[in-house]
Design a protein around this ligand. Structure first.
Ligand SMILES: C[S@@+](CC[C@H](N)C(=O)[O-])C[C@H]1O[C@@H](n2cnc3c(N)ncnc32)[C@H](O)[C@@H]1O
Length: 316
């Protein structure tokens, strides 16, 4: 018997994703765009469930996309994988206007990045500080940690990590790097640990979690890509089609929530208040008034799913 391949990543909220897809008329013979293919977990489930469906998949990381290529190869020309940032989807979706049944987003990084990429995303292992998701990113985590000023570091940790002790951590980094270069994840995690007062350390969450998250988001410019990409999807999704987004922290979730809210009011621009002249005809209906969260049983089996929030809207 052929040995089954083990993957690092377990797809999050798989049943919920399939349920929302199955509510789309004609899903069995339409186009689905998976904007965050990763190792191809969700993509494979979708392809398996509907055998007349065609899937386009975006992934910015070449290394992980190679895994997905192999995994999805049995589905032949039903799959088109594109090695690009999803913010550029409009470059690849020409001709698909009003034809896509669904766009799926599963933001952030994959367990592969934490456990198998050796690029310094995880603080529990000894790796070089890198954190780049693709070759277009020029700054590494090493560059930021060793060269940015105390003020700049403070701002990154506050903005992208919502870290309460940003200033103290930044100050400690600047002090420590004058003694020796900060090269590894372990060095950085220890510095963060020393900077946070003991009594304020949160049980079960490593004190360096937020700092690592902040560096990764900043280096890869993750948030503006989400905003940019979402804006384009509405032109490609067909009436009755859906946009499904899974976020893992409030910064991502806020962008999705705000975009869906604007569309639901009829707004397709980025202007505030009176500057918005969009007609008040709803462009979507929001199917998740409150975001869905994984069941207890899912978070028990896959603890990395615990912060997931899923939102869905449907084009009217
Ligand atoms: C949570 S993982 C996706 C896991 C996948 N849904 C599965 O079930 O296997 C997110 C993936 O999105 C990729 N990614 C993050 N930002 C991206 C972007 N702006 N454009 C394209 N891919 C992106 C990451 O490299 C990562 O592989």
């Amino acid at each position: 018997m052929e040995e089954s391949t083990q993957y690092y990543h377990t797809p999050v909220m798989p049943q919920e994703v399939l349920d929302f897809l199955s509510g789309i008329e004609g899903i069995e013979s339409s186009i689905v765009v998976d904007c965050t293919v990763g190792e191809g977990g969700h993509s494979e489930l979708i392809l398996k469930t509907w055998d007349g469906l065609k899937l386009y998949g975006f992934e910015r990381d070449r290394e992980i996309l190679a895994i997905a290529h192999k995994r999805l190869s049995p589905y032949g020309n039903r799959v088109v994988l594109i090695n690009d940032n999803f913010k550029n989807l409009w470059l690849h979706c020409k001709g698909m206007e009003n034809r896509v049944a669904a766009f799926l987003y599963d933001f952030g990084i994959s367990s592969f990045h934490f456990d198998g990429s050796s690029r310094g995303f995880a603080f529990k292992t000894q790796e070089k500080l890198d954190m780049r998701l693709d070759d277009s990113v020029t700054l590494t985590a090493y560059d930021v940690v060793n060269n940015f000023s105390e003020n700049e570091l403070t701002q990154i940790f506050t903005t992208y990590g919502q870290e309460r002790w940003s200033r103290r951590i930044a100050r400690k980094i600047v002090q420590k790097r004058s003694e020796e270069v900060i090269e590894t994840t372990e060095q950085l995690a220890n510095i963060v640990l020393q900077a946070i007062p003991k009594q304020y350390r949160v049980k079960h969450i490593h004190p360096a979690t937020r700092v690592f998250q902040a560096l990764r988001i900043f280096i890869n410019d993750e948030l503006s890509a989400i905003n940019e990409s979402l804006k384009h999807t509405l032109g490609y999704v067909k009436p009755g089609g859906r946009i499904i987004a899974i976020s893992f922290h409030s910064l991502e979730d806020r962008i999705v929530k705000e975009r869906f809210r604007r569309w639901a009011k009829g707004c397709s621009c980025d202007n505030d208040g009176l500057l918005c002249q969009c007609p008040a005809n709803p462009l979507v209906s929001v199917l998740t008034k409150k975001p869905l969260q994984p069941t207890e049983s899912e978070t028990r089996q896959n603890p990395r799913s615990r912060s997931a929030k899923l939102r869905v809207c449907q084009k009217v």
